[in-house]
Design a protein around this ligand. Structure first.
Ligand SMILES: NC(=O)c1ccc[n+]([C@@H]2O[C@H](COP(=O)([O-])OP(=O)(O)OC[C@H]3O[C@@H](n4cnc5c(N)ncnc54)[C@H](O)[C@@H]3O)[C@@H](O)[C@H]2O)c1
Ligand SMILES: [Zn+2]
Ligand SMILES: [Zn+2]
Length: 351
């Protein structure tokens, strides 16, 4: 089968690799639609390490091709969405409700639930082996298209997760730093959760425009606006919740400086290197701030809920799908996605 293989920093290739087969508790899906995540760019740029030879990608929609022994309630040909994170549903972390930190042994393992395109072969391929299939195959309702659900695997689950981890309350003010795909979904999530002032921050005119469509009441351009003082003004002294959706010192620090005392900083970005907390913005550790991080929630129940959000018409993510490429051309798709040229938000890959 054809697959996207990571070789080295700035070197991914489409190659022929053996097609996987389902063992006990596993399934194989024929991938019908997938996409590229901002995290795949970190992998490509050597900022998040994975082993050379790994098939990357973690956002699969497909059709069940093989079911291993022990996987029940599904038939070959079922259309399924599989989350980027594939919890086992059995370990101490999963049974404690921390599915993304699923252990590979008995206990917890940081980022352990993220297997596709990280510790096992991923979704930017013609076929994908799904581990812990019973916990992870989410049937797609007939009335939803692949395009309507593909962003639920990661982007929407993560963005919403940032809003949920922030414990947004009805009437809250929320600022979201970066309006890339993740930040846009956090904006939509903040609005769904009842925030009455959502402020989207970015430096790209097109993304600021889409931010309003996804639920921002106000948008700020970090190139022109003094974002921290604007947010302080708009929120009369600081936002209840600040969501960080980029993964840099600058946005993390700005998020903290926009927060009211006892506010929550909900961080989604993938950082590299060292992250520093300035003591003044942090009230020397005495400001009752809450700092929370979220790895994309996965598992079939999460996917079912998110599909209900789409089916109910509460949110439509398809405007974020701006470009389509065949799997053969995925290297070009990475270039476009990485350059943010041509108004690109998410590229759809059709194997
Ligand atoms: N927590 C998770 O589970 C999870 C899942 C997926 C992705 N991520 C991470 O989320 C981050 C965002 O992903 P994405 O796909 O939305 O990224 P992206 O690169 O498409 O978007 C980033 C956006 O940040 C904006 N930006 C740059 N500098 C800024 C600044 N100083 N202030 C405000 N905005 C600024 C850019 O204009 C761009 O729109 C990445 O770090 C990615 O790895 C995390
Ligand atoms: Zn991702
Ligand atoms: Zn587990």
């Amino acid at each position: 089968m054809k697959a996207t293989v990571f070789h080295n920093k700035d070197d991914i290739r489409i190659e022929d690799v053996p097609q996987p087969h389902a063992g006990a508790g596993e399934a194989v899906i024929r991938v019908t639609l997938t996409t590229i995540c901002g995290t795949d760019l970190h992998i490509l740029r050597g900022e998040y390490p994975v082993k050379p030879g790994l098939v990357i990608g973690h956002e699969p929609v497909g059709v069940i091709e093989e079911l291993g022994p022990g996987v029940t309630g599904y038939t070959l040909g079922d259309r399924v969405l599989v989350g980027a994170i594939t919890p086992c549903g059995q370990c101490r972390a999963c049974l404690s409700g921390h599915l993304s930190q699923c252990g590979h042994g008995a206990g917890y393992e940081a980022i352990g639930g993220w297997r596709f395109g990280n510790t096992i072969n991923g979704a930017q391929a013609e076929y994908l082996l799904v581990p812990n299939a019973q916990a992870n195959l989410a049937k797609i309702p007939d009335e939803l298209t692949d395009e309507q659900v593909v962003l639920l695997a990661d982007i929407a689950s993560t963005g919403f997760g940032g809003a949920e981890s922030g414990n947004i309350r009805i009437g809250d003010s929320v600022v979201v730093f970066a309006q890339g795909p993740i930040g846009l979904c956090a904006t939509a999530g903040a609005k769904l959760m009842g925030a009455t002032l959502v402020i989207g921050v970015d430096g790209d005119d097109n993304r600021l425009e889409i931010s309003k469509r996804m639920g921002a009441d106000v948008v700020l351009d970090y190139r022109k606006d003094d974002v921290i003082s604007e947010v302080q003004k708009l929120t009369s002294g600081g936002a209840d919740v600040a969501i960080e959706a980029l993964g840099t010192q600058e946005t993390f620090e700005s998020a903290l400086r926009c927060l009211r005392p006892a506010g929550t900083l909900s961080s989604l970005g993938v950082y590299s290197g060292k992250l520093q907390i300035p003591y003044d913005a942090f009230a020397a550790g005495l400001g009752d701030h809450r700092l929370v991080t979220t790895l994309c929630p996965g598992g079939k129940e999460r996917m079912r809920r998110l599909m209900e959000v789409v089916r109910s018409g509460r949110v439509d993510f398809t405007p974020l799908l701006t470009h389509t490429f065949p799997l053969d051309k995925i290297v070009e798709a990475y270039q476009l996605f990485g350059s943010r040229a041509d108004g690109v938000l998410k590229v759809v890959i059709k194997p």
